[in-house]
Ligand binder design. Structure first.
Ligand code: C2O
Length: 551
């Protein structure tokens, strides 16, 4: 591989959408941020310079960061933030991965505006396991906020109430013509007839899983989270925040001048933070060269695809079950066949009591929303966990007593318990190098059943099983798929159900696992794995770089 250098200047820039102009935090003045393109095996060197008043970090979502955890990016987990006027050089090699990922800010809600595609092409002489597409097009879903997203979450944390929602969803930063004052801000995909396009879909939205569909065209899914999958066709797909999906779009053979809507809008369960508005882009067939002979007079309203209802939970389960690893000699699925450490994690919402002398607007107008794993709501430390771990200074920073099963036992998907109060703490699980791990994540109905897109840093995991209701440890494991389960870095724990994942802890460092809804992340739905060094030199985390930020 080669070394590719990028420079990210974090700076303020005025942007206008929906007739609303605001100054916002950008990378190099772009929204969405610049596209990074590299090849498998390349080294990426990205100098991030902070020219805004806010602290910032950048996370390379889905990059394994093998023995390079200092560059993973989540604030106070693997690094202290880059302060105003400071810089930090992220420097890592892309090992054994190719496909679509993305990068985003990983502090407070700055990723609302600070994100962009991270495209990893196969090695120079390697090819795709499908016919070479005519063209490749990144399609990044995001949100547009008229307000300052950081102010939105800070207010929510202060009052304990749910935060406001964004004002629009976007495709490559553009809300599209179904919003007021947005006609000109429409993403147009111009295509030629009879060709195959590779669409690289990225959900960078803060708080919503999205349905996506293009009128009159089906899509063939070929990759998920930068891992090839067995191809399958669909008219509608679901993509959670943190997920990336590559699809092939075959254009029709002769459709001069025709245009079709592509639409995305939320899949929303329970009491999630969502609205039901729709972002639209346009798939537009090129005019033939002798276009003068074709009259543009027949202006009909564009055809719209049909999207499922907001709460189509079974449809989503059926869709996600279709994903399978290739599991071929060339692209094997290295599923851990045996498990050394088993965990049962409940994920869901809860509450914190309202502090004395304060009024709170959370559940029952008297508490603050919280979210937790195993009833533990994660409190960010004031120094980086990785640094504390590496230098043996964990005392007073974190405790290694994260529970391996929930603190409160109950019927998770039945009647919720009366006491919703969470425990707060900075607790981690310590794993020795190369431990094979299984985690069953169970959605709880405390304050409503809701799906949670769980994201694991530093690893891909295999989704060996999922189902509705309470996980049954005596029955469900018999149906686990240990042959060709999908391998990804983010997966939705189904609303009112569970998912079982496996991974091999072969990457020393500290790795965050969290709900990729930023509101749940902020409320504490996160925990961290500390993976110890192995014995061999190539199983150890090297020391941090000289410019590693200080708190
Ligand atoms: Cu895409 Cu921890 O994040």
């Amino acid at each position: 591989g080669i070394t590719r250098h990028y420079k990210f200047d974090i700076r303020l820039k005025n942007m206008t959408r929906l007739c609303n102009t605001k100054s916002m935090i950008t990378v190099n003045g772009k929204f969405p941020g610049p596209r990074i393109v590299a090849r498998e095996g390349d080294r990426l060197v990205v100098k991030v310079v902070n020219l805004v008043p806010n602290n910032i970090t950048i996370h390379w979502h889905g990059i394994r960061q093998l023995r390079s955890g200092w560059f993973d990016g989540p604030a106070y987990i693997t690094q202290c933030p880059i302060q105003t006027g400071q810089s930090y050089v992220y420097n890592f090699t892309i090992v054994g991965q190719r496909g679509t990922l993305f990068w985003h800010a990983h502090i407070s809600w700055l990723r609302a505006t600070v994100y962009g595609p991270l495209i990893i092409l196969p090695m120079q002489n390697a090819s795709y396991p499908f016919a070479k597409p005519y063209k490749e097009v990144p399609i990044t879903f995001g949100e547009w906020w008229n307000a300052d997203p950081e102010a939105v979450i800070n207010q929510s944390l202060r009052t304990g109430a749910g935060p406001n929602v964004s004002d629009a969803y976007t495709i490559n930063g553009l809300p599209g013509p179904l919003y007021n004052c947005s006609q000109k801000d429409t993403f147009r995909l111009k295509v030629k007839p009879g060709k195959t396009y590779l669409l690289r879909l990225i959900n960078a939205a803060l708080n919503d899983e999205l349905f996506f569909s293009i009128a009159n065209h089906s899509l063939t899914i070929v990759e998920a989270d930068a891992v090839y999958v067995k191809p399958f066709e669909t008219n509608v797909l679901v993509i959670t925040p943190g997920q990336t999906t590559n699809v092939l779009l075959k254009t029709k053979t002769f459709l001069p001048n025709a245009s079709f809507f592509m639409l995305a809008r939320p899949y929303a369960t329970g009491m999630g933070t969502f609205d039901n508005s729709t972002v639209a882009g346009i798939l537009q067939y090129e005019k033939p060269s002798n276009s003068s002979s074709i009259t543009a007079s027949k202006r009909r309203p564009l055809l719209r695809p049909t999207l499922p209802p907001l709460n189509a939970t079974s449809l989503v389960m059926n869709f996600t079950r279709k994903f399978r690893s290739l599991a071929t000699a060339k692209f094997p699925a290295n599923v851990p066949q045996t498990v050394q450490k088993r965990f049962f994690f409940t994920v869901g919402l809860g509450t914190n009591p309202c502090p004395k002398n304060q009024t709170c607007q959370g559940p029952n107008n008297s508490s603050k929303f919280a979210a937790s794993v195993n009833n533990v709501s994660f409190i960010l430390p004031t120094t980086a966990l990785l640094q504390a771990h590496f230098f043996g200074r964990s005392n007073g920073v974190y405790t290694a007593d994260f529970p391996s099963s929930p603190l409160q036992q109950f019927n998770y998907t039945g009647t919720p318990p009366n006491n919703t109060v969470v425990t707060n703490g900075t607790k981690v699980v310590v794993l020795s190098y190369n431990t094979s791990v299984e985690v069953v994540m169970q959605d709880t109905s405390i304050l409503g059943a809701e799906s949670h897109p769980l994201h694991l840093h530093g690893f891909n995991f295999f989704v060996v099983g999922q189902g509705f209701g309470n996980f049954n440890p005596n029955k469900d494991p018999a149906n686990f798929n240990l042959v060709d389960p999908v391998e990804r870095n983010t997966f939705g724990v189904p609303s009112g159900g569970w998912v079982a994942i496996r991974f091999l802890a072969d990457n020393p460092g500290v790795w965050l696992m969290h709900c990729h809804f930023d509101v749940h992340l902020s409320w504490g739905l996160r925990m961290a794995w500390v993976v110890q060094d192995g014995k061999l030199p190539n199983q150890k985390l090297p020391p941090p770089p000289a410019d590693y930020p200080k708190c």
